[in-house]
Design a protein around this ligand. Structure first.
Ligand SMILES: [Cu+2]
Length: 379
């Protein structure tokens, strides 16, 4: 005969067995993590990409602590779940009597229900608080950026201009040429009779970029060349962006930051100025357009080349002194690779396989046969 004491001993034994199994799984998981060669820092990043700015690092902290908070909650929930299914399930061999069909019911326990309603609200409030703190930090703009860069996005490339640079020798380089206004600068085109020629897109010509900023030193990307934006490490940098056509998005994955680039930023009520307090690592970092902007959106890449302050000043001085020199030459003058190393330019020619073969051979709409050509004669 199975007594009550026997049953509880059985339950305790099976409970202990289960805990041993769980312990083995946890130990196995930890061993796998350690064996995979992840450093402690890597593990604490919980998959968050490595950033190169203090802003990116502050976002990483938010992420790490959020995951830790989630893991603590998860462990409590898992523990309660396993505790319930281990110790409060129907015992094997126990007859299904009316009294143990359901465990003791705890519904309508007001203090308990208030507690488990309040706790999630506290968690949300804490997460919200720290999110706002970090977001405000990332969006901070100070009045004394050492470098101001004008960004122009267009289908499907980028133009970067250096507006102001505070040089290490105390002087300030000012490359600002002109600030546009779509309504004042845009001249209406007139025909010979003096009548206004209506342009496309609200009467504006697609090629008119008057509302954008222009600088003495500019780097423009082409289908042959990826624009390389040279920036100094360790300096506060401001970016001011505008689009020449549709909405793009300026994104350097290593900054862990992107900002939509609008045409007519002021008229579209967008904040088109943002800063990084510093870039903390020299090197080449790919930049991308992160807003679907048309056919070649996916190839609309650029490169940020972070160099030392001394080399950056030399680069600006070289470009200011040699207005006709290319960006590649200026890069070479500071012993930097002249072309981008993180991405390649794209071919916009929509050619059929082997464009060299597709040469014009004459023909009219009613006769498309190549003159002097016999079918089957080619080997
Ligand atoms: Cu784009």
């Amino acid at each position: 005969m199975v007594t009550h004491g026997d049953r509880s001993r059985q339950a305790n034994a099976s409970g202990r067995r289960r805990f041993k199994q769980i312990g083995a799984v946890v130990a196995l998981g930890l061993t796998a993590l350690l064996m995979s060669g992840c450093s402690a820092q890597e593990a604490m990043r919980f998959g968050w990409p490595e950033g190169i700015t203090p802003e990116a690092e502050s976002m990483r902290h938010l992420w790490t602590w959020s995951v830790i908070a989630a893991l603590v909650m998860g462990i409590i929930v898992w523990a309660l779940t396993f505790w319930t299914i281990t110790f409060h399930r129907r015992k094997r061999n126990s007859p299904a009597t009316a009294e143990d069909e359901f465990p003791r019911q705890t519904a309508y326990n007001v203090p308990l229900e208030l507690t488990y309603t309040a706790i999630p609200f506290v968690i949300i409030a804490v997460l919200f608080y720290f999110t706002i703190i970090v977001q405000n930090g990332v969006e901070t703009k100070k009045s004394d950026p050492k470098v101001v860069v004008d960004i122009t996005a267009f289908q499907w490339n980028w133009k970067f201009g250096y507006r102001t640079v505070q040089m290490a020798d105390g002087t300030t380089y000012n490359g600002f040429l002109r600030d546009g206004s779509p309504y004042e600068l845009q001249q209406k085109e007139l025909n010979k009779e003096g009548e206004e020629i209506p342009g496309p897109a609200n009467g504006r010509d697609d090629d008119i970029r008057n509302y954008l900023k222009f600088d003495r030193i500019e780097t423009v990307g082409t289908s042959e060349e990826i624009p390389v934006l040279v920036l100094p490490v360790g300096e506060r940098i401001e970016f001011e962006q505008a689009s020449a056509d549709v909405i793009h998005s300026f994104w350097v994955p290593e900054f862990l930051f992107k900002r939509d680039v609008f045409p007519f930023p002021k008229q579209n009520h967008t904040d088109n100025r943002w800063q990084v307090s510093s870039i903390d690592k020299t090197g080449a970092f790919v930049g991308r357009c992160a807003e679907m902007c048309g056919t070649y959106h996916s190839m609309m890449n650029f490169e940020v080349r972070a160099v030392s302050k001394e080399n950056f000043d030399r680069y600006i001085a070289y470009r200011a002194a040699n207005p006709n020199a290319t960006n590649a030459q200026a890069l070479q003058s500071i012993c930097e690779t002249p072309v981008s190393v993180t991405t390649r330019p794209f071919d916009t020619r929509r050619s059929t396989n082997g464009s060299a073969e597709a040469v014009a051979t004459g023909g009219t709409s009613s006769n498309t046969t190549i003159p002097g050509c016999t079918v089957g004669a080619q080997s």
